[in-house]
Design a protein. Structure first.
Length: 336
């Protein structure tokens, strides 16, 4: 239907345009965008970016300004249908995931419920967004009714849900007599507090501190291979006392134990680093190795929101395969 409307020249509206009520859950606030701890000349290597232009990403890394973060808003809708990963409300839609069927029409589901939805398209696409964003929005959903998601648990998700006391209702197709959605993109103070609560639930109050952890990415996820990743990890372990952890092979208990006490969380840019950023102590910092053709500042928004430091080293090579200088990484760690 969305494609048909586009072919007819009719705009496709988000389902929140059909809300019967909306309210502010949390006010907007300012976030200090801190300068990244980076060696001279590193940012000049960036020749390609994602989720922002080169100028925007370099501005985020350079910092030195305040960002106005918007409010968190709730929307209540009536008579919404969920089919094949898409929410429908009259002529408005919201895609939660890629559709499985190409058929323009399907039989409407018979089941009808009232629920509060916390999932997002990005959370369904990338594990890091689910961990850093959707788990925080869950706290809003449980405060307003019955949390709902279409997302099936894979990988570490089930263990995180258990430790976070997340017990959503899961269905793929259903009609909502009443549905509450949240606009929860802003990194405001309320979201910062929910991230603090996330760490408290996962880590607790007493952790054993250590110099840092290098989280291996390997070839997992979108192809983005740090060719000398193992050399970097072994050097940091031998010379800096870092622990080396492969999140793909580790269980959540080990991830929490290692990341929860790390002074530095280091690794190649990617969703696997979000384990560390969400669990590391309040005074810890991130060190992210960026490919030169796909630099991303999204992870820095998480550390800025929490008032933590962010370091980066830009490698050399292509988007799919690149290397980073071990000496530059060590010098970056030495930056005050």
């Amino acid at each position: 239907m969305d494609r048909l409307r586009r072919l007819l020249g009719r705009p496709v509206q988000d389902v929140t345009a059909r809300a019967v009520d909306h309210w502010t859950v949390a006010r907007g606030s300012r976030v200090e965008i801190k300068p990244a701890k980076v060696l001279p000349g590193q940012l000049d290597r960036i020749r390609g970016t994602e989720f922002g232009s080169i100028d925007e990403v370099i501005r985020d890394f350079s910092g030195g300004f305040d960002s106005i973060q918007g409010a968190t808003t709730a929307y209540r809708l009536e008579n919404v249908t969920l089919m094949d990963g898409v929410l429908y409300s009259a002529d408005a839609t919201r895609h939660l995931r890629k559709r499985n069927s190409r058929l323009p029409f399907r039989r409407k589901p018979k089941d009808e419920i009232r629920a509060t939805m916390y999932e997002s398209w990005t959370g369904n696409r990338w594990f890091g967004n689910w961990l850093a964003e959707d788990t925080l929005t869950y706290r809003l959903a449980e405060s307003e009714g019955m949390p709902f998601t279409t997302n099936r648990t894979i990988g570490h998700m089930s263990a995180y849900e258990q430790r976070l006391d997340m017990t959503p209702t899961r269905m793929l197709e259903v009609r909502f007599a009443d549905l509450i959605l949240f606009e929860d993109f802003a990194h405001n103070e309320h979201k910062r507090q929910r991230a603090i609560d996330f760490r408290r639930r996962m880590v607790g109050q007493h952790v054993r501190r250590h110099p840092g952890v290098f989280l291996l990415r390997g070839s997992a996820g979108d192809r983005r291979v740090l060719l000398n990743e193992r050399e970097i990890a072994e050097t940091l372990a031998a010379k800096r006392g870092f622990q080396v952890l492969d999140p793909v092979r580790a269980d959540v208990d080990e991830i929490v134990r290692v990341c929860g006490g790390a002074d530095v969380v280091a690794g190649t840019e990617g969703s696997h680093l979000v384990h560390g950023l969400m669990l590391m102590p309040p005074d810890a910092r991130a060190l992210v190795i960026q490919p030169p053709a796909r630099a991303v500042s999204v992870l820095k928004m998480f550390t800025d929101r929490q008032g933590q430091d962010f370091s980066l080293v830009v490698g050399e090579g292509s988007n799919e395969a690149f290397s980073a200088d071990v000496g530059e990484i060590e010098h970056t760690l030495d930056l005050a």
